[in-house]
Design a protein around this ligand. Structure first.
Ligand code: NAP
Length: 280
C-alpha cells in the first residue's frame, strides 16, 4: 500500500521503518526539512517533504505529531486528501481526538500503539518496537468497516496485538496504567526532595537503588509528555488520582493505628493483584 506518515519522530519514524520492511511505499511529512532528509537517510520513508500535499497519493495516513498538534494537523491535511483515504492517529489519548476528527473526516479511526522509548525525534526511530506490544483501535459506530479491516491488517503486520475499545474506555484504562503512574512517581521524587536535612537527603540519594529506580522511572521522564497526559486526559486522570489518594489515606490510617493485620492483608492483596497487570 501507499502509506503516509505525518510527524517523523520516534513513533512516526519507527512506523516507517517497519512499514517499508513489509513492502509498503512510505511518504513522510514533517515540520523540518532536516528531519525529512534524515528520515530518508535512515530508511524510515521513501519520499519526504515539509509540504502536506505529498500525502495526496497515500491510501492510509498516520498522524504522528505531538498530541496537541493532532487535531489542527488533520484540519489542515484534509484539504489535500481524496475522501477514500483512511486517516488514523497514534496519540496517547483518544476521546478529544476522536470527538474532534470524526465529524471532519468520515474515514477516520483512532489508534494508540502502546510502545515507545524515553527518546524522541527521528534519530530515536527503531525497527520492531511494536512487536508483541498492544495496539488499541478505537472505532466508533460511524467508522467504516473497511477502515477497521485495513488498520487490522497493518497492525498485524507490525507484530502488535490488537485491542478494540471505545475512546472513553481507552482513556480510562491508560489513566490507571500509564498516566496515574507518572503522577505518583513524580510525587514520590518530589516528596523525597523535600527532606529538609541536607545530609539525610544526600545520604538517601547515595543509598537509592533498584526499588527507587523502578518506582521513580516514569516520574523522571519527559515533562512535556506528562503535562500532555494531564491536559488531554484530565477527567480520567483526576478520577484515578482521587482514588489513589483514598488508598494512601487508608494506608496512613492503618500505620497510625498500628493495624498491622490490615496492612499485611492489603499488601497480600496487592502482591496477588500485580501479576494481573504485569507478568514478569
Ligand atoms: P516525537 O519523537 O517528538 O515526534 C514527533 C515529531 O513530530 C517530531 O519529531 C517533529 O518533527 C514532528 N512535528 C512536530 N510538529 C509538527 C508539525 N506541525 N507538522 C509536522 N510534523 C511535526 O514524539 P513521539 O514520541 O513520536 O510522539 C508522537 C505521537 O505519538 C504523540 O501524539 C504521542 O502521544 C504518541 N505516542 C508516543 C509514544 C511514546 O512512547 N513516545 C507512545 C505511543 C504514542 P520535526 O523534527 O520535523 O520537528
Amino acid at each position: 500500500m501507499k502509506i503516509g506518515i505525518l510527524g517523523l519522530g520516534l513513533i512516526g519514524g519507527s512506523l516507517g521503518l517497519d512499514l517499508r520492511s513489509h513492502g509498503h511505499y512510505v511518504f513522510g511529512v514533517s515540520r523540518r526539512e532536516s528531519t525529512c532528509t534524515k528520515a530518508i537517510a535512515l530508511g524510515s520513508v521513501d519520499e519526504a517533504s515539509v509540504e502536506m500535499n505529498l500525502l495526496t497519493a497515500a491510501e492510509v495516513v498516520f498522524i504522528c505529531t505531538p498530541i496537541g498538534l493532532i487535531i489542527p494537523t488533520v484540519e489542515q491535511l484534509i484539504a489535500h486528501l481524496p475522501a477514500h483515504v483512511i486517516v488514523t492517529d497514534v496519540g496517547s489519548v483518544k476521546t478529544p481526538i476522536v470527538k474532534a476528527i470524526s465529524p471532519l473526516w468520515e474515514n477516520f479511526i483512532g489508534g494508540h500503539p502502546m510502545a515507545g522509548t524515553a527518546e524522541s525525534g527521528i534519530e530515536a526511530a527503531q525497527r520492531d518496537i511494536f512487536v508483541g506490544r498492544p495496539y488499541v483501535l478505537t472505532a466508533t459506530a460511524t467508522t467504516p468497516a473497511t477502515a477497521i479491516t485495513v488498520m487490522e491488517k497493518i497492525v498485524t503486520q507490525l507484530g502488535s496485538t490488537i485491542y478494540h475499545c471505545s475512546p472513553q474506555e481507552h482513556d480510562r484504562a491508560v489513566s490507571w496504567i500509564s498516566h496515574l503512574p507518572v503522577m505518583v512517581s513524580a510525587a514520590l521524587i518530589s516528596a523525597c526532595m523535600s527532606e529538609s536535612d541536607r545530609h539525610v537527603l544526600q545520604l538517601a540519594q547515595q543509598l537509592a537503588s533498584s526499588g527507587f529506580r523502578d518506582t521513580s522511572r516514569v516520574g523522571g521522564g519527559n515533562p512535556e509528555l506528562g503535562t500532555m497526559m494531564a491536559r488531554y486526559n484530565q477527567q480520567e486522570l483526576l478520577r484515578s488520582l482521587q482514588q489513589y489518594r483514598r488508598n494512601l489515606d487508608e494506608l496512613i490510617n492503618m500505620i497510625e493505628q498500628e493495624n498491622w493485620t490490615a496492612l499485611q492483608e492489603k499488601l497480600r492483596f496487592t502482591q496477588s493483584s500485580r501479576p494481573k497487570f504485569i507478568d514478569d
